[in-house]
Design a protein around this ligand. Structure first.
Ligand code: 5AD
Length: 364
């Protein structure tokens, strides 16, 4: 029965739901294997790195699940200076990472925008344009997106978090700064400008259903998304949603397993359905399972985001509790992840951009 669905040319919404509801070990294995075969066919047995630079945790947003939300007074706020960021970018370039991701809390003031523009163009210069740059700095105006694109950013990751609007409104404050429609508009602006566009969701948010997750995948298709970065929701205890989740038993082993499985299933079903997009096996998977990221690759993911943030700052950039790799440095992360990739019989695409095939397959 499950094989009939797995071998279908085109999956329906009902099929997506059935697959996302699978629980039996054998059926799950069949799903992951099929998704991996699709990855092999469209991408190959290779994973690409995006060295992750988390350069500031100042944030104007107040997302109710996120540890660095504006109104969390327990966060020690930092911003790296240009030299520190360039040092990490240089390290990524020297280590043939192919690409980096610049991520920070959200800010829209001119000083920030200009700083980021300068950093992007300096990185382009130091790497002779050979280091791919994914930006992840939240919602900005179209002009700002354009400015950063012209400076050298060519991919942008902006998660929709959930496509269930009611749930979106529940997990964000109700004001103009946190509007679902605005976020969708931003994704459209990014596409218009010419970015490879990435989005994603969290899986296992309190109140989220399997049907919601199926609709998230349909949204990825409808928005013609090139890259997907998604991961299980993880409790941060000093946040409103974190408090609610703890009351619901999210700290139990069973629940962690449930969310981890949701994470893997979403990767696999997205791979089956969307085929040639880039899909990250995110660090959040590893927060719930020590082999989380390898399993994410085996379920169809093809992108890893090794943290290269300088050690001193890692602990301060915690969107959720139990974030892995906080104690490590960039060299340790490289060795550890590269071994993980090789342990499943894959290669790391060192020195390659690892662009989204979907982006270039369009219109073919
Ligand atoms: N658990 C999992 N992911 C989280 N993010 C923020 N807070 C959490 C959390 N508690 C994710 C959001 C955001 C990305 C940068 O981090 O999806 O888009």
């Amino acid at each position: 029965m499950i094989n009939d669905i797995l071998n279908k040319e085109q999956l329906s919404r009902e099929d997506l739901i059935t697959l996302l509801k699978l629980e039996k070990e054998e059926e799950l294995q069949a799903l992951y294997e099929k998704a991996y075969a699709v990855k092999e066919e469209y991408i190959g047995r290779v994973s690409h790195y995006r060295g992750l630079i988390e350069f500031s945790n100042y944030c104007i947003k107040d997302c109710k699940y996120c540890g660095i939300r504006k109104s969390n007074p327990l966060v020690d706020r930092f911003s790296m200076n240009k030299e520190e960021i360039l040092k990490m970018a240089q390290w990524a370039y020297d280590n043939k990472y192919g690409s980096i991701t610049l991520q920070s809390g959200e800010r829209t003031d001119e000083k920030f925008v200009d700083f980021v523009t300068d950093v992007i163009s300096s990185i382009r210069e130091l790497s002779n344009g050979e280091l791919g740059m994914t930006l992840c700095m939240g919602e900005q105006s179209e002009e700002v997106y354009k400015k950063w694109f012209d400076a050298g950013g060519h991919r942008y990751l902006l998660r929709i978090e959930t496509t269930n609007k009611e749930l979106y409104e529940k997990i964000h404050p109700q004001n103009d700064l946190h509007s679902f429609d605005k976020r969708v508009e931003c994704l459209k602006s990014l596409r218009k400008i010419g970015y490879q566009v990435g989005t994603g969701v969290m899986m296992g948010i309190p109140g989220q259903t399997i049907e919601d997750l199926a609709d998230d995948i349909l949204f990825f298709r409808d928005m013609d998304i090139d890259m997907i970065g998604m991961g299980p929701y993880i409790v941060h205890k000093d946040t409103p949603i974190g408090e609610e989740a703890l009351k619901l038993g999210y700290d139990t082993k069973e629940d962690k397993k449930r969310r981890f499985l949701l994470g893997l299933k979403m990767i696999a079903v997205s791979r089956l359905f969307l085929k040639d997009v880039n899909i990250a096996a995110t660090t959040a998977l590893q927060a719930l399972d020590p082999l989380g990221r390898e399993k994410g690759l085996k379920a169809g993911g093809n992108i890893l985001m090794p943290i290269i943030t300088l050690e001193d700052y890692r602990e301060k950039y915690q969107l959720y509790n139990n974030k892995p790799c906080i104690e490590d440095n960039a060299n340790q992360c490289k060795a550890c992840l590269t071994n993980r990739v090789r342990s499943i019989g894959e290669q790391v695409g060192f020195g390659e951009f690892g662009d989204s095939k979907h982006f270039f397959n369009k219109g073919k």
